[in-house]
Design a protein around this ligand. Structure first.
Ligand SMILES: Nc1ncnc2c1ncn2[C@@H]1O[C@H](COP(=O)(O)OP(=O)(O)O)[C@@H](O)[C@H]1O
Ligand SMILES: O=C(O)C1=C[C@@H](OP(=O)(O)O)[C@@H](O)[C@H](O)C1
Ligand SMILES: [Mg+2]
Length: 173
């Protein structure tokens, strides 16, 4: 950093649909770069001493969104790899906070691939309306992920290792 330039942002914030690989890619990226790793789902589960599905059942989807946004806004670790939960895109405050902690990288994975990675989205605690498909959820969230992304990775055909390599190449990490 020089006196007349912005500080270099080394943090990476992974966003995208549930099953897009944020936790897997984040862990690998952290191992390869040495940047600390934080998974916001794990942060919430540890803070609430409950599994995500239980928190959602106890508080309703809207309640979970508010809890998630509050935990995310409490994070102060700039310069880390942060894997977010897929529903963080609903909170503009949380997304703006994350943008201050690192480059927001959107792992875009198409619904047909996501479906192959899920046994049951409801079991995983994904905030999806009963009767809706992952494709519906993808369409409704697409503009939100797009709005906040500073880098979009077309991750559908890629292995987790290939996604990590692309991110490292694009961000010079
Ligand atoms: N690029 C990939 N290709 C194939 N499977 C993947 C890839 N990335 C993640 N997975 C698998 O998909 C599932 C969901 O990955 P996960 O990292 O938990 O996603 P997210 O944190 O975005 O919900 C896991 O079983 C993981 O092993
Ligand atoms: O997209 C969602 O509605 C959710 C995704 C989950 O995280 P992953 O994206 O890591 O699966 C978790 O935050 C919560 O169960 C809600
Ligand atoms: Mg995850």
């Amino acid at each position: 950093m020089t006196a007349d330039s912005e500080p270099v942002k080394t943090g990476v914030v992974l966003t995208g649909m549930p099953g897009s690989g944020k936790s897997t890619v984040g862990r690998l990226l952290s191992e390869q770069t040495g940047l600390p790793f934080l998974d916001t789902d794990a942060l919430i589960e540890a803070g609430e001493s409950k599994r995500l599905a239980e928190i959602i059942a106890d508080h309703s989807p809207e309640g979970f969104r508010a809890i998630e946004a509050a935990y995310i806004q409490s994070i102060q670790s700039a310069g880390s790899v942060i894997s977010t939960g897929g529903s963080v895109c609903y909170s503009s405050e949380a997304m703006h906070h994350l943008a201050g902690l690192g480059t927001i990288v959107w792992l875009d994975v198409k619904p047909d691939i996501l479906e192959q990675r899920f046994v049951d989205a409801f079991d995983r605690g994904v905030l999806i309306e009963p009767g809706s498909s992952l494709a519906d959820l993808y369409d409704s969230r697409y503009p939100l992920y797009e709005q906040y992304a500073q880098l979009k990775i077309e991750a559908s055909p890629l292995t987790a290792e290939e996604v990590v390599s692309l991110i490292r190449q694009q961000l010079a990490l």
